[in-house]
Design a binder for this molecule. Sequence first.
Ligand SMILES: *[C@@H]1O[C@H](CO)[C@@H](O)[C@H](O)[C@H]1NC(C)=O
Ligand SMILES: *[C@@H]1O[C@H](CO)[C@@H](O)[C@H](O)[C@H]1NC(C)=O
Ligand SMILES: *[C@@H]1O[C@H](CO)[C@@H](O)[C@H](O)[C@H]1NC(C)=O
Ligand SMILES: *[C@@H]1O[C@H](CO)[C@@H](O)[C@H](O)[C@H]1NC(C)=O
Ligand SMILES: *[C@@H]1O[C@H](CO)[C@@H](O)[C@H](O)[C@H]1NC(C)=O
Ligand SMILES: *[C@@H]1O[C@H](CO)[C@@H](O)[C@H](O)[C@H]1NC(C)=O
Length: 172
Amino acid sequence: MKIWGSLLLLRLFFLIFTLNTLVSATDHIVGANKGWNPGINYTLWSNNQTFYVGDFISFRYQKNQYNVFQVNQTGYDNCTIEGAVGNWSSGKDFIFLNKTKRYYFICGTGGCFNGMKVSIVVHPLPSPPTASVANTHHHLSQKSAAQKVFRSSLLVSSGALMAVVSLASIWF
Ligand SMILES: *[C@@H]1O[C@H](CO)[C@@H](O)[C@H](O)[C@H]1NC(C)=O
Ligand SMILES: *[C@@H]1O[C@H](CO)[C@@H](O)[C@H](O)[C@H]1NC(C)=O
Ligand SMILES: *[C@@H]1O[C@H](CO)[C@@H](O)[C@H](O)[C@H]1NC(C)=O
Ligand SMILES: *[C@@H]1O[C@H](CO)[C@@H](O)[C@H](O)[C@H]1NC(C)=O
Ligand SMILES: *[C@@H]1O[C@H](CO)[C@@H](O)[C@H](O)[C@H]1NC(C)=O
Ligand SMILES: *[C@@H]1O[C@H](CO)[C@@H](O)[C@H](O)[C@H]1NC(C)=O
């Protein structure tokens, strides 16, 4: 029982650690606190954001009044929804950005003519500095040394955690 308990805690500990390092997707709320509404310059908004593959873009608006269409450049320039790639209308739409490309979104209920259009560029994830030039070797070994230090401190702290857990289970 004691061993299972501490193993479980240990696993939880590592799970949280892994989740923290792996899950870093951003949700870009279109228009921030102004949401998806007429009369807003969404070019200014998108210029102030950096989109990466795996991020979300989300639209918040009055349901039934507005909606969201993913279109191509012609649709964006002319406010037309012919050949739209997708459409959303829940009032709180999350769209997963899984491709490195330029995306175009417009409102399909006429709001596009009043500025409800946004175009964004999705960038590839910044790659770790591994595949660079040969003289990055120094950096690399420094980095792995740092990682080793980090890892052993992690082991120390999980060891401490286990000790505390076993002590606790002896006492209670
Ligand atoms: C929005 O802002 C951009 C960047 O300043 C500008 O180029 C564009 O003309 C503006 N659009 C509208 C509709 O005002
Ligand atoms: C740009 O982003 C910063 C930080 O996210 C924010 O404080 C600022 O208000 C934004 N500017 C505009 C014009 O949206
Ligand atoms: C749509 O916009 C494009 C530019 O992207 C333009 O060349 C074309 O004439 C427009 N088409 C219509 C039907 O307005
Ligand atoms: C956008 O889609 C429409 C309809 O399918 C098509 O006629 C048009 O050529 C496309 N525009 C671009 C820039 O791909
Ligand atoms: C909206 O998307 C649905 C599928 O999700 C499609 O059946 C429908 O035709 C689309 N509506 C328009 C107006 O493109
Ligand atoms: C991106 O997501 C769309 C819709 O969710 C899906 O159809 C497409 O296959 C995905 N593409 C990649 C490269 O994962």
